[in-house]
Each structure stands twice: as C-alpha cells, then as structure tokens.
Write a protein that binds this ligand. Structure first.
Ligand code: GAP
Length: 513
C-alpha cells in the first residue's frame, strides 16, 4: 500500500477509535488544532509518564517543575524569540496559498531521496540475495546523478539558511522548478520572514494592559527558574530541570495532522553543565534519548539522527532524532547544546546575577546547557504510525491492529464473558474489579467474541481475558495475546502478575540504566 494511503487510514482510524478529533469539529474545525479522545488521552498520558519517570525518576540529578504559560514579555525579547523566531514564507500568486520556503526545498530534497530509493528497490528485486547496495550506490549512473543533484541542493540550501539569505531561498525554488501543489505554477512572490508567536493582552484595557506572548517553547520557564530550583533544591552542577507543558506557534504550513500543530505539548529538559563540558554531555544525552526511543521495541532501523544544517541562534551543536513516519523520516525530538546564551541573556535583561558557584573549582560561572526537547504529539503520532498494522488472516479474513508497546497501550486488558448468562458476567466483573485497581481495563459482553477481539485490536489492547464455564469450575481464564492472537489458559491468580510484568515501565527502564 502507498505510504500516503497508510497515513490517510491512520488519520481516519484515530478519529473512528477515539484517539484524535479535529478541534471545534461541529463548527467546521480550527486549522491545525486537535483534541484527544478517550483512547488518545490515555496513550498521551502513558507517553508523558514514560518520559517523566525516565528523566526525573531514573536520573537522580534531574528534577521537575511546572511553570506558567504566561510569562513576562521581556523574557521573549531576551531569548531572541521576538526578533528571530521566524519562518521564511513564500506565496503562490495564482493559488494564493502560502508556504514555508525551507519546507518546499526540503520536500524537493526528499524527492531526490525517493528516486534513489526506488532505483535501489528495483535492483534489490532484480538481483535478490546477491545484491550489494553500497556498490550499487557507488556505480549506478541514475543513483549517482540524483545523489549529486541532492548534495548540491543541500549545500546551497544550508548556506542560504545560515546566511539568512531570503533572495537565495527564492532563487533555489525557481532553479529547482518547484511548483505550487495547488495551482501547479511557478508564479512565486518574494520570501518574507514571519514571526510565529501568538500574542494576547493581560490586564484591563485602556491604559493598564500589557501585550504578552503565549510561550512557543517551555524551555524559557526553566531558565527563568534556574536560581529558584538550584538554591531551594541545593542542586550541584551537573543537574537538569524537566518540564511537560503546552506550547503555541502560529505555524503557516500546518499540514500532516498532529505533526505540526498550532497548540501542542512539549517535554523538555535543560541540563546545566560546566563550560567546556557541554560536548561530553551533548553526546551523553543523545545516546540516552535514543535508547529511550528504541527501548519501546519499534525497530532500531526506524530511527536516525539528523544533524542540523542551520543552528538556532542559541546553539553550538544540534541534532534531531527522526522516526520513519508514513511520509518519510521526520523529527520527533531535538537535542541542542544551547551554550550559556539563555542564562546570560536573562541576566542581561533582568539585571540579576544568574551564576553558579562551583565549590570544586572554587569559582562562579554561567552554566552551559544541553537541552532535550520532544513533542508529545509527535511522539504520539510516531508511536501510532509504528504500531498501525493491517493483517491478512487465514480464511480470507483481515484485521487492523495497533501493535503498541504494552506499556503505552490505552487499555491494558479487556475482560469478556463468553455468554451473557450462567453467572459468567458476574465472574467477569469480579475479575475486572480486582484488575481495575491497577490497570486501565474494559468490560465487553456485546457481539461475538471474534468481533470483541477486533475492537480491542483496533485500540491496541495487549490482553483479552475470556471468562467461560470452566472459569466457574477451576478459576482459570483464556488469555488471548494481541500480536500473535494465540490463546493460553491461565489461573486467575496468575493474571495480575503476568499483566503487571508486561505493562510496567520497569522493563523499559532496565534498558536505560
Ligand atoms: N526548546 C527547543 C524547541 O522548542 P524545537 O525543535 O522547535 O525546539 C522541539 O521543538 C520539539 O517540539 C520538536 O522536535 C517537535 O517534536 C515539537 N514541535 C515543535 N513544533 C511543533 C508543532 N508545531 N507541532 C507539534 N510539535 C511540535
């Protein structure tokens, strides 16, 4: 199936099974804003818990905070967001549609990559076992040609971004003959910068009101609390401050479902280190964060690092962790070495001394910072994209199953009486009542058992427990496993331990420490 079709199916699956709804849907929706449904919120909360515990519980030098969304407007002047948090935009004069110039060029690079991948797939099929991909890449003229075009475009693009050269960005779009997907024409305007921050007013109107910003990242709430946490927690460098919270960006290219939203959630950690030690810690957190992703068992080959072509105004090193989405490898998390930029800027703009006295060095300094920043919604999307599976079954039947890591699954087990009589519903409820003390469970007695299994497969429930007449006699149930569809008879007394072992985050954490 084409990857685009997979993505469309995933989006409708999210709606049909209560994961994600368009915001304000009965009023025809609001662009790039989404609501999470009954299953979505459980998955989202499980992702947040996995992140929070991995960062704050496993690392004894990382603590959490929860700062407010509204902050003093000077914070955003100091951080550089008022002047530099911009996207380069270009309009197509025929369709009147607006695009991000950098995204148009990135999509063009992806097209060269796709051409190369197609050649490789074709050759793989032709040569079978004996296929040598590295050699093919080096020698095939069509691959070579596309690779050369891609590399040249990449170099030119990176230079234009770093020089902030908007004219050159436009020229690249013209030279590459990039057309508007709506009008199909190359009738482009100039490229202009557009600030992404939302503003609102605080206080009464007339004289007393103040223009404030909805935070575009949670990170600044951490920086401005650096002294509070360091002093009250008696934290010693190196240490980190973590936070989960909403962020807002007036994204122009707001496509791809929850990949790029105007209101979204971030999980960020700022790790404060001695100046000069930042690269060591940058490598440390890169490795730790990659392990966190891969521990979920969705295939190491589906992740890659991607170093930034253009460093943000505050960074001296930056990489992304990308996941293979149905629309290609895409950024899920950013890891940045932010130097001492933010703390120095806040010291300058607030007039307060923001330093750390290092007792081992017997000197004060402004700490350097390594940041790990992951979008909850992107993590949600990548998890669902990795889990969504359509399977053909024996006998011509088929099923859609979300092969979610059991730890993240919204519902951990469904309890089902085989029939609605003979005391089976009562026994099933009795089992449910003990299990629900710890796990998110569902009770289901409607329709055939096969239909009930399919419903649970569609939301990714790892275990279905069927209560039948034998249960009344010997206190055993049939457990049906989601991925293998195999069934096993086990004692009700063993049920709790079996589920707990599988859904508890501990097994994941063991891979991180
Ligand atoms: N504090 C650094 C920072 O905000 P970023 O690369 O702009 O860095 C970090 O954002 C992460 O936040 C991204 O990797 C992505 O997962 C998520 N993110 C950013 N913009 C987003 C948007 N418009 N919609 C959904 N997630 C977004």
């Amino acid at each position: 199936m084409a990857q685009e079709d997979v993505f469309k199916k995933l989006v409708s699956h999210c709606k049909e099974y209560g994961f994600v709804f368009p915001s304000s849907e009965i009023y025809d929706g609001l662009g790039a804003v989404y609501d999470y449904g009954q299953n979505g919120v459980e998955l989202k909360n499980n992702i947040k818990k996995y992140w929070w515990d991995a960062m704050v519980k496993l690392n004894d030098n990382v603590v959490g905070i929860d700062s407010s969304i509204f902050m003093h407007p000077t914070i955003w002047k100091a951080s550089g967001h008022v002047d530099a948090f911009n996207d380069p935009l270009i309009d197509n004069k025929d369709s009147k549609k607006r695009y991000r110039a950098d995204v148009l060029i990135e999509e063009q690079m992806a097209k060269y990559d796709e051409k190369i991948e197609k050649e490789i797939e074709k050759a793989k099929k032709k040569f079978g076992e004996s296929f040598d991909e590295a050699k093919f890449r080096e020698t095939n003229p069509r691959v070579q040609e596309n690779q050369a075009k891609r590399d040249a475009l990449h170099t030119r693009f990176a230079k234009a971004l770093n020089d902030n050269n908007l004219e050159e960005l436009r020229q690249i779009i013209l030279d590459e003959e990039i057309v508007c997907p709506i009008s199909g024409t190359r009738n482009w305007t100039e490229v202009r910068q557009f600030n992404l921050m939302f503003t609102t007013e605080m206080g009464s109107t007339a004289d007393g009101s103040m223009k404030i910003y909805l935070r575009p990242e949670t990170a600044q709430g951490i920086f401005v609390n650096f002294l509070n946490v360091q002093k009250t927690g008696r934290m010693k460098i190196p240490f980190g401050i973590a936070q989960i919270g909403k962020a807002f960006r007036n994204e122009i290219v707001a496509r791809q479902f929850i990949f790029r939203m105007r209101e979204f959630e971030q999980m960020e950690m700022q790790f404060f280190v001695r100046p000069g030690e930042e690269m060591k810690w940058f490598e440390y957190w890169k490795a730790f964060r990659m392990k966190w992703h891969q521990a979920l068992g969705m295939g190491a080959e589906n992740y890659q690092f991607h170093d930034h072509d253009k460093l943000a105004h505050y960074a001296n090193a930056a990489t992304d962790i990308e996941f293979r989405m149905p629309f290609g490898f895409k950024e899920v998390e950013g890891i940045h070495s932010r130097t001492n930029f933010d703390l120095s800027q806040h010291a300058k703009y607030s007039g307060k001394k923001i330093e750390y006295f290092d007792p081992e060095l017997n000197q004060s300094y402004t700490p350097y910072v390594i940041e790990t920043s992951i979008g909850v919604d992107r993590m949600f999307l990548s998890t669902l994209a990795g889990a969504y599976t359509e399977e053909q079954l024996e006998g011509g039947d088929s099923r859609v199953v979300l092969k979610l890591p059991a730890q993240l699954a919204p519902v951990k087990l469904a309890v089902m009486p085989l029939v609605k009589k003979d005391g089976l519903p009562e026994k099933a409820r009795e089992i449910l009542n003990t299990m629900k003390l710890e796990f998110n469970c569902q009770y289901d007695e409607k329709d055939s058992i096969g239909k009930r299994y399919r419903r649970q497969d569609a939301i990714g429930t790892p275990f279905c427990v069927t209560v039948d007449h034998q249960t009344i006699e010997d206190n055993t149930v049939t457990v049906r496993y989601r991925d293998t569809m195999q069934q096993e008879r086990i004692s009700v007394d063993e049920l709790h331990a079996m589920i707990s072992k599988n859904v508890n985050n501990n097994e994941l954490f063991k891979q991180l420490v």
